[in-house]
Design a protein around this ligand. Structure first.
Ligand SMILES: *[C@@H]1O[C@H](CO)[C@@H](O)[C@H](O)[C@H]1NC(C)=O
Ligand SMILES: *[C@@H]1O[C@H](CO)[C@@H](O)[C@H](O)[C@H]1NC(C)=O
Ligand SMILES: *[C@@H]1O[C@H](CO)[C@@H](O)[C@H](O)[C@H]1NC(C)=O
Ligand SMILES: *[C@@H]1O[C@H](CO)[C@@H](O)[C@H](O)[C@H]1NC(C)=O
Ligand SMILES: *[C@@H]1O[C@H](CO)[C@@H](O)[C@H](O)[C@H]1NC(C)=O
Ligand SMILES: *[C@@H]1O[C@H](CO)[C@@H](O)[C@H](O)[C@H]1NC(C)=O
Ligand SMILES: *[C@@H]1O[C@H](CO)[C@@H](O)[C@H](O)[C@H]1NC(C)=O
Ligand SMILES: *[C@@H]1O[C@H](CO)[C@@H](O)[C@H](O)[C@H]1NC(C)=O
Ligand SMILES: *[C@@H]1O[C@H](CO)[C@@H](O)[C@H](O)[C@H]1NC(C)=O
Ligand SMILES: *[C@@H]1O[C@H](CO)[C@@H](O)[C@H](O)[C@H]1NC(C)=O
Ligand SMILES: *[C@@H]1O[C@H](CO)[C@@H](O)[C@H](O)[C@H]1NC(C)=O
Length: 363
């Protein structure tokens, strides 16, 4: 590429006048126009991307650097209306610096989604922006990033500026050499649980992780893994270990419908017996934090047929028992009634017992 493509003269001039030439470098064509799409493709092929005019310094620099035009076409810059918002295509950010010409953007052709930069002999409008149809042909302006991996330290981010860069501490680091690392509160081991912490800068510092687990019979209530963020806060509150209620045994084929508590721990169960069955026991169980159920046992689902049969059987059994008991009593009672001694001890006894004399069990 020769001088016309890149204004090498201007760049050499900048090299001579600026001590540090790292940072955004700008490249443009002033003898060949392209559509906005063609401009972006050309910039991405040869440099980094179509230019971002993100502050007044860039505007000033481009005004001093690009060839002034007395009439249209002017230059394309890397801004497009995406979903109704003006966006820098190179980094996807919506604009927070704007430099529109008077009465712009006016969307005159109703599809003016690209932005033209006036670099004009008319100082009134030079440096200002105008929205235009992306299909129109204008001169391309590109930028080229200068930050390299080795430009800043591993604890710093490299920020491109106009023909310069700065190294700023990454989030979580501070100090003149970014030597200070943010730390999070020391965590304590939860009762009935285990905690293991580790991290690149210590157990409780930036990007450290703490993993929690619970002893058997206990369930983790909360997040199992916490991370120390660059703001010095753990990602979530530390978890606790809650006792688990042991499973309820249900005889006779029923269904335990358990609902999880808001904390993810089984907190309440409802017994549902199959149709034609009767529940003998409690219908609802609630798990306490100490791992015991609020209701008690035992529990079973009995079919109505079996239940009624059992009821009838027990009725017959009790009748039988009663008979056996009474009959043996009748026989035994006949003798003591005639005992004179007892009559004397308790005179009312005979009177009470009198109706009972005779055959009691006539069945
Ligand atoms: C623009 O100028 C450059 C360098 O002077 C040259 O290589 C290129 O072909 C020119 N483009 C046109 C369309 O004249
Ligand atoms: C221009 O750059 C200088 C130093 O690089 C900075 O202090 C200043 O804030 C910038 N101006 C604008 C408008 O961004
Ligand atoms: C456009 O900007 C508005 C306000 O800044 C924002 O609410 C909206 O989400 C943005 N739309 C897109 C697609 O980014
Ligand atoms: C809109 O575009 C038409 C045709 O290009 C032009 O005649 C008219 O002056 C424009 N209006 C404004 C407000 O720029
Ligand atoms: C520009 O390119 C995009 C895809 O990269 C395409 O969707 C769009 O239609 C093109 N616009 C024009 C005006 O050619
Ligand atoms: C520079 O960083 C990129 C991405 O982070 C990596 O793929 C590349 O290997 C790095 N180069 C050097 C020289 O460290
Ligand atoms: C480049 O940036 C460094 C650090 O921010 C600053 O000291 C220096 O003055 C800048 N150089 C120019 C020419 O702006
Ligand atoms: C970090 O935790 C491990 C155990 O998890 C411990 O052995 C080590 O001493 C701790 N290191 C620091 C710097 O606290
Ligand atoms: C911290 O972790 C995040 C991702 O989890 C990573 O992108 C970042 O580089 C890490 N920071 C440091 C200083 O290691
Ligand atoms: C789980 O933790 C939350 C908040 O830390 C607490 O309100 C709740 O009672 C705990 N649940 C159990 C079953 O311990
Ligand atoms: C459990 O009970 C809930 C609400 O009481 C109900 O929506 C759900 O269908 C029941 N699940 C079963 C398997 O019966």
């Amino acid at each position: 590429m020769t001088g016309g493509v890149v204004h090498i003269g201007v760049l050499i001039h900048l090299w001579l006048t600026m001590v540090n030439v790292e940072g955004w470098m700008y490249h443009f064509l002033d003898n060949e126009t392209k559509t906005w799409n063609e401009t972006r493709m050309w910039c991405q092929k040869h440099y980094t991307d179509i230019v971002m005019v993100y502050d007044g310094n860039v505007t000033c620099f481009l005004q001093e650097t690009l060839t002034k035009k007395s009439s249209s076409p002017y230059y394309w810059i890397g801004m497009q209306k995406i979903n109704g918002n003006w966006t820098w295509v190179a980094n996807g950010q919506t604009v927070n610096y704007e430099n529109w010409a008077t009465n712009e953007p006016n969307n005159n052709m109703s599809n003016e989604n690209c932005v033209e930069l006036y670099i004009s002999t008319d100082m009134e409008k030079s440096g200002k922006w105008n929205d235009d149809s992306c299909k129109n042909k204008k001169y391309p302006v590109c930028h080229q990033a200068q930050c390299k991996n080795s430009t800043c330290t591993v604890r710093e981010d490299c920020i491109e500026q106009v023909n310069n860069f700065t190294c700023v501490c990454k989030p979580g680091f501070s100090g003149p050499q970014c030597e200070k690392v943010v730390s999070c509160d020391q965590l304590s081991m939860p009762p009935h649980g285990r905690m293991e912490c580790s991290g690149p800068y210590g157990n409780c510092s930036l990007n450290s992780t703490c993993k929690f687990s619970c002893a058997s019979g206990y369930k983790l209530n909360g997040t199992a893994e916490l991370k120390c963020s660059s703001s010095g806060a753990w990602s979530t509150p530390p978890p606790s270990c809650s006792a688990e209620c042991f499973p309820i045994v249900l005889f006779g084929g029923g269904l335990m419908n358990c609902t999880e508590g808001h904390d993810g721990i089984r907190s309440a169960c409802r017994v549902q017996c199959p149709p034609g069955h009767l529940l003998l026991g409690f219908a609802e169980f609630t798990c306490r934090a100490d791992g015991t159920w609020v209701s008690s046992f035992p529990l079973m689902c009995a079919s109505y047929v079996h239940f009624l049969a059992a009821l009838l059987a027990s009725f017959v059994m009790s009748l039988l028992c009663c008979c056996l008991f009474c009959c043996s009593n009748c026989r035994r009672r006949k003798k003591p009634v005639r005992l004179r001694t007892q009559e004397m001890v308790n005179p009312t006894y005979e009177a009470e017992q009198t109706p009972l004399e005779g055959p009691l069990c006539s069945v």
